[in-house]
Design a protein around this ligand. Structure first.
Ligand SMILES: [Zn+2]
Length: 439
């Protein structure tokens, strides 16, 4: 449940993992039929189908089952989170934490802070079994993780510290609003949430990402030159490219253009450098630049703040009903009492669960825009299609339309490769790599 809140906030480093991929091709590592043949008239459907045909049988089933397991995990996370909330309320653990905070301090702010400093680690630890399955065992089962258990737990600990800090700030603000603006707290809460999200986007590349990975300047060479050239052509204010050691955690390829103002940074991970060709790197980086140029961070912060506002309104409207059943008789004095936080978080997680299609669609729309921007900026339809194909080990290639609408925060592999092949057919892209974005 806490995870939902954290996800909501942390997703807005959207830049941070938009394009991730898996292992090198388990199918054929050679050139695609489409790229090789270059027929006079390219049929995008046929070319896309050729990609689909490259992932068949067991590999395809594994990719589908990883994705489908992820859908179920949304439900398990909700149910497990509700169970934890029920436990904290019905055993009066939450009320005891509040009483402890009140004995320690007279000030309302300090009481909330003390409550938050106990609540966040406690719920994180109670959720640990599910987190361990989702983040460690499942990833290893599908061959996507490179982390040892000790390494995973170490990162879990760092994330816990960061989350505790962020939750404390968020809760101090939220309870101050609940006490002072009993009628309009939900609206101000949405505005405050947007502020926190924007702050996170700004500080994440500088203060949070380096807690998990080492960032180094990419050495001089063709890759760096081409990335910087594309950055200049698209008005991105950077003069350096970084790479980071993601291979210690995962086999996925990823890259990002993140930050705001002075913290803007282009970074790609070592998997991308090692597992893909220059046209693929150019295509992926151009997609990431699209997020930056199209101001997706700002737009998503705005949309998410509206979504959060809706969630806070949902809490306000359903509080009396829910508190009567689950909180009042367990020592919770009202909505502005921190002891009611488990109920508040439970209501928010129910709302976010129901809002999954909205959430997916908001992000998927931005990803579609970045894909098209990337094709135009890199002029690498084959490189893009190849990179997308590499994502297929953990992203279902061809979901049904309803499935894609509800669960996909990126367009499906089929849609993305089709967009690249259509671009190639219609824009008559010339040879990749040799001709960077010239008209
Ligand atoms: Zn993206």
């Amino acid at each position: 449940m806490l995870k939902h809140l954290a996800t909501l906030l942390l997703l807005f480093t959207l830049g941070t993992s938009p394009l991730q991929a898996a292992e090198p091709d388990t199918a054929t590592p050679s050139v695609t039929p489409a790229a090789q043949a270059a027929p006079p008239v390219l049929d995008p459907k046929v070319a896309t189908q050729a990609f689909m045909d490259r992932l068949q049988g067991e590999a395809r089933a594994k990719s589908d089952s990883y994705a489908e397991g992820g859908y179920w995990l949304l439900l398990w996370n909700l149910l497990y989170g509700l169970l934890v909330a029920w436990l904290l309320l019905s055993r009066q653990i939450s009320a005891h934490i509040r009483d402890f905070a009140e004995r320690r301090s007279q000030g309302k702010h300090r009481q909330v802070l003390i409550y938050a400093l106990i609540y966040t680690p406690l719920t994180t630890l109670l959720m640990l079994p599910l987190s361990l399955y989702e983040g460690y065992f499942r990833e290893h089962q599908y061959g996507l993780s490179n982390l040892s258990l000790a390494g995973w737990l170490g990162e879990f600990g760092i994330a816990l510290l960061v989350n505790t800090l962020l939750m404390s700030v968020a809760l101090l603000g939220l309870y101050a609003l609940l006490r002072r603006q009993p009628r309009s707290w939900w609206a101000w809460g949405g505005v405050g949430g947007a502020g926190l999200i924007a702050l996170l986007i700004m500080i994440a590349p500088v203060f949070i990402s380096p807690l998990f990975n080492t960032y180094k300047p990419l050495p001089q060479g063709q890759i760096r030159d081409e990335i910087l050239s594309m950055a200049r052509a698209n008005g991105i204010p950077v003069d350096n490219v970084y790479y980071f050691d993601a291979s210690k955690q995962t086999k996925r390829v990823s890259a990002n253009v993140s930050g705001l103002f002075g913290t803007t940074r282009i970074a790609l991970n070592d998997n991308l450098l090692q597992r893909t060709s220059l046209p693929e790197i150019r295509a992926v980086m151009a997609h990431e630049m699209g997020h930056y140029v199209l101001n997706h961070s700002f737009k998503l912060a705005l949309y998410m703040s509206l979504l959060l506002m809706g969630g806070l309104l949902f809490i306000k409207l359903s509080w009396d009903w829910a508190a009567e059943r689950f909180a009042n008789r367990h020592g919770v004095r009202g909505i502005s009492d921190p002891a009611g936080l488990p109920l508040l978080v439970a209501l928010l997680s129910v709302y976010l669960f129901m809002a999954t299609p909205v959430f997916s669609t908001i992000i998927r729309s931005a990803e579609t825009e970045a894909d098209l921007f990337g094709l135009n900026a890199s002029r690498e339809p084959d490189g893009f299609a190849e990179a997308i194909f590499k994502l297929a080990e953990y992203r279902k290639l061809q979901p049904g339309p309803v499935e894609e609408f509800i669960f996909f925060d990126h367009p499906s592999g089929y849609q993305r490769i089709y967009a690249a092949m259509r671009w190639k057919a219609e824009q008559r892209a010339t040879a990749p790599a040799a001709t960077p974005s010239q008209p």
